[in-house]
Write a protein that binds this ligand. Structure first.
Ligand code: ADP
Length: 256
């Protein structure tokens, strides 16, 4: 399965050009981080891919696996099963954890629910309301809600921002574990290069608005590591040494 993005332009009604000539592809099961300065167009990009905003020029194509029985040229292309995680957990505050989860997965049985909750360290929390959970626990439920639909494509918009460092690291560990087991394609937006280097297989760097891809970096790390791991520090230093303005979205060699 493959995601092909070819965006010629995204312009808002007020005339703001948010994306211009942005292309990339993602392999099935690939973990891609998208790094760019604030206001670059990262959230706009995810919203287009999620189908929340259909007003753009270009194509977003999802290629399902071709098998001899499934190949049917008359069948319209299917949208991928999608998970979407935002900066806030966006749980329904008037519903319990169980109800928040069965809302997206009505067929979820008690045994499966208990297994999932156990997997994310929330055993015994099914009857609690979001307001009775810590911020980190709420994010766990949100992560679970995204994975419980068995997504083929998981869109994440700075999901661990505004958490304290140990909680964010725990959640990255959980995300990495779930991704390793289930292998959805992940597009993970962040402005934190260390976070990208610690999680992703490939990093796409965006320009300031209007967004386009200025650079791409393949991460050599194996497995998950913490954001202050020596390998992450070394990759971080090497990238910024080579391209000092990369985090501002500028990809120019250092001046001699
Ligand atoms: P990022 O997620 O990288 O911080 P956004 O995708 O939120 O950036 O925004 C990209 C650009 O598009 C910004 O200049 C922002 O002001 C503009 N923008 C975002 N949403 C809208 C909207 N609904 N109407 C007009 N302009 C918008």
């Amino acid at each position: 399965m493959m995601l092909n993005i070819n965006l010629r332009a995204k312009r808002f009604d007020n005339g703001c050009l948010a994306i211009k000539d942005l292309q990339f592809s993602a392999r099935a099961g690939e973990f891609i981080a998208i790094v760019g300065p604030s206001g670059a167009g990262k959230s706009t990009l995810l919203n287009l891919i999620a189908g929340l905003d259909a007003a753009f020029e270009g194509d977003i194509e999802w290629q399902p696996p071709v098998t001899s029985t499934a190949a049917n040229p008359n069948k319209p292309p299917q949208a991928p099963r999608l998970g979407y995680l935002f900066q806030e957990s966006r749980l329904m505050p008037w519903l319990t954890v169980r109800q928040n989860l069965t809302l997206v997965c009505p067929t979820l049985g008690e045994a499966a629910l208990a297994q999932w909750l156990d997997k994310v360290g929330l055993s015994g929390s099914a009857h609690l309301f979001p307001g009775q959970l810590s911020g980190g626990m709420q994010r766990r439920v949100a992560l679970l809600r995204a994975f419980i639909v068995e997504p083929e494509l998981l869109l994440m918009d700075e999901p661990f921002q505004s958490l304290d460092a140990p909680t964010a690291q725990q959640l990255r560990g959980l995300l990495f574990e779930l991704w390793s087991q289930r292998q959805p394609t992940v597009l993970f937006v962040t402005h934190d290069l260390r976070e990208a280097l610690s999680l992703a297989q490939r990093i796409l760097f965006l320009s300031p608005s209007p967004a386009r891809i200025v650079s791409e970096h393949k991460v050599s790390r194996r497995g998950l590591c913490s954001t202050d791991d020596p390998q992450v520090n070394a990759d971080y230093a090497a990238l910024l040494n080579q391209y000092p303005q990369l985090l501002q979205g500028l990809h120019s060699p250092p001046k001699l």
